[in-house]
Each structure stands twice: as C-alpha cells, then as structure tokens.
Design a protein around this ligand. Sequence first.
Ligand SMILES: Cc1ncc(COP(=O)(O)OP(=O)(O)O)c(N)n1
Ligand SMILES: Cc1nc(C(=O)O)sc1CCOP(=O)(O)O
Ligand SMILES: [Mg+2]
Length: 473
Amino acid sequence: MELIVITRPEMLPGEATIINQLFARGLARLHVRKPGATEAELRALLELIEPRFRGRVALHHHHELANDYGITGLHFTENNRLTQSEGILEKSKSNGFTISTSIHDPKELETLAHCFDYAFLGPVFDSISKEGYSSNLPAGFRLQKHNFPNEVIALGGIHAQNLKSALEMGFDSAAVLGSIWQNPDNAIAQFENLKSLQLSLKSSQQSSFQQSSFQQSSCIPGLKPGAIDLALEMHAFAEKQIKPKAKAVHCPGFQPGDPEKKDEAGFVDRLHFISNETGTMSHIDSIRLALEAGCQWIQLRVKNRAEEEVLPIAWEATQLCDRYGARLIINDFPRVALAVQSFGLHLGLTDMPVPEARMLVGEKMVIGGTANTWDDIVRRINEGADYIGLGPFRFTNTKQNLSPILGIDGYRTLMLQMREAGHSTPIIAIGGITPDDIGGLREAGLHGVAMSGALIGATDPQKTFYQIQQALC
Ligand SMILES: Cc1ncc(COP(=O)(O)OP(=O)(O)O)c(N)n1
Ligand SMILES: Cc1nc(C(=O)O)sc1CCOP(=O)(O)O
Ligand SMILES: [Mg+2]
C-alpha cells in the first residue's frame, strides 16, 4: 500500500486546495479525520475536494456522507469499532466500501476482525502533532500480524528520518499527519519527499518479486527507473480494493461476457469509448462523461506521457470504472495494465507483440490489437488477439499519423475476407465514427465501434449513447 495522509483534526485555511494538490501528485488515500466537525462543516470540505479525487477519501466521521460524495473508504476509530456489530462492518464491505480501523496495542491483531482491509497501529513514534501521544512500542519492536491477513499501517510521529525504521519493523506502509501539516505551505514538498522515500525503501525490500514475470520484464525499452516500484505498489493496493456491484446498462440480447468465456464473440462490448483530453476536460473527466452516459467499455488512451504519469491516471480510471461496473482497457502501456489489473490492454501495430504482452499480463486479461490491412488482421489473429480495432473509418483529429482511410467499402472488403477465411475474431471499427455510421458498419459485419469525439463533443451524451445503442442492437 502507498503512503496514507491523515488530515489535521481542525479545519485549516486553504486545506481543500492542498488536498487537491496532494491527490494530483499521486496521493492514493486521504483519511479525513475531523472529530469535532459538524456534518455541514464536513460537507463544505468535501464539496471543495475535486469529484475526481473523492474516491480516494476515507471518512472517520459522518459515514452517512460517503454515498453523497462517491467516497470509497470508511474508517472505524477504536471506540467506534468496539461499539459496532460485525454485521454493520460486513454491510459496509458488501456495499463496496474499503474499511479500516485503528488499534493501539499490537496484541489486538490476534483478534481483529478480518473484514478490515487495513489497520492503523500506533503511536509507533512520539507524535509530532499530538502532545503527550508517545510511542508505547517496546525497543526492538517487530510487528507480528498473527492471523490478521491484511495490511498494518504505522501511525504516529512518522517523518522522513524514521520511515525506514517503521518499514523495517514490518509495517506495510505508514500514515502521516504532522510531517505533512506542520507547515501547510510545505505540505506538497513533504508529501513528495516521503512518497519517493517510501517507494525506494519498499523497492529495496522487494527482492522476492525479482523472479516474477513483472520483474523479468524490466528490460522493456523506455521504462523509467522507479516506475516498476510504483507499479508494484499500485498493484498491491489494487488487489486490496473491493469491486462494487456492476450497474449494467446494455441493450436487450447483448451482455458482454466474462473473460473466462473469451471464445464467445459476445464477451467484447460493441461500444468502446476512447478517452481523450481537451483544454477543459481531463481523461478522467471524459471517462466520467462516458460512464454517466452509459458506456461500459472504456479505453484509457493517454498519449505522449511517461508511464509513471499514466499510472495514477489509470488507477483513478480503475476506481471510477469499478464504481460503474465498467471494463477498463489500457492503451499502449502493458505494465500499467498489469499494475492496475485492468480488464484489458490495447496494442498498436508498433507496440509490443500480443504474445509478449500475454506473457506479461497473463491469460485472463483481454488483449486487443490494431489493424489497417488484411495482413494486419491475419497477424493479429495469428498472434491470438481477443479483438481487433480496425481503422480508420474516416479522417479524425483525435489521432495523429492516421493509417490510410478505409471507408465503408474498405470495411466491406475486409469483412468479406474474414468470412471467406472463416475467422470470427470480433472486429471493432474506429476513426471518426458517428452514430449514423453504425448501421452500415454492422451490416458490413463489424462486431462494434470505438468512439471518442462523437461522445465527448455530444451536446447530450446520454441521448447520443442511447442512439448508438439502438444502432448497435
Ligand atoms: C479499439 C481500438 N482500435 C484501434 C486503436 C488504435 O490503437 P493504436 O494503433 O495503438 O493507436 P493509438 O490509439 O495508441 O494512437 C485503439 N486505440 N482502440
Ligand atoms: C484512437 C484511434 N485509433 C484510430 C485508428 O485508426 O487506429 S482512429 C482513432 C481515433 C478515434 O477517435 P474518434 O472517434 O474521435 O475519431
Ligand atoms: Mg496504442
């Protein structure tokens, strides 16, 4: 798990701005702990946290606000835990929340309910911000988790100089408060320093991973040092998350299947939304727009950014798609797909070949590949691609350096060749497609379409989605 930040108990001027900046710099989890705050005060703070970041918040108090703000974490203080029935905790989990708690004596791990996804144990060191809150762990303490199967997070007095000691004691990660908020003007720099320190400390502890396929692939050209550690952290964090129930929106007679049933053409959705960013919209904003309109198959397509920049976006997209029960496909970045355990990966003609990516991401992940010609299609089929993105249909500004335009006649010819050769790999048309094109493309034998601009630029994306669905059925 990554470093956790806990808020100061009192409200701070400009706090939400700092919180948003922390998230933008990759903070994976913020615990909002404001014991004295009224519901209205807490709402006022939550309103100021950008909606795209709220899924990374855990609430210590006023849990009833979580649903209103798309918050995914509920923290149960020690008192709160002791007075709750396990039923309530289980219910929170089955409603899709990540739940955590605090303990003050390591022995409590012997009996702590396993439904907690992680537990804070502290104070590990003398608190920076809470006077008189001193460490009660014995000298030479080594964490014994007993039967507790989940993560135990060091809390209390953590700063850059003692983070290493906390990890050496056996804690999975650390939660920081005083070292971030002591000087709010310096909060972002402190966070970045602690975060990179934790990553480098963790990577030196992770020698056991070295035999895994993940590590074996570290020779991939262009991979920046540190990215793999970040990916490992994200992967570990991803594995701890609980996937909320799907909110399926599909036309009758068509349900995308599960990846265990890859041989059935229906497991690939007929509408692929391709994310994009504009002057006023981030990739995550575009994905939210598509999800809200009803799309269930989302491709994160971030161009011209380094892997380590894509990873936090992918993580956020994962959480968002999970909340809508949608499937996330990562374009171009196999290791990011592995790190966030996305449903799928899309590879271009000059990217890693499908079999190599398959070795990296495993059998379960859906892998799609681009094609523009009959030779490309045959290559993709021989490589074992689960679907093929064939394009461009027409000129589009969404992608630079387009391959030759196919037009409807190009698709008709290629789909005829597919039928004659007896191939059934689902083919998705892409490139400048509008709802009015779908009928003709389906008649030509295309399984479905991938669209970006037509949805992002729609005046009423929900209406456009409905139109698309009708045309695809
Ligand atoms: C469904 C689908 N088909 C084709 C593409 C194009 O992918 P690629 O060739 O990797 O080009 P970029 O999208 O990376 O510019 C796609 N993304 N999705
Ligand atoms: C991502 C992409 N790939 C293409 C290809 O031809 O391989 S065309 C394309 C852009 C798709 O977005 P829009 O629907 O806005 O044109
Ligand atoms: Mg690509």
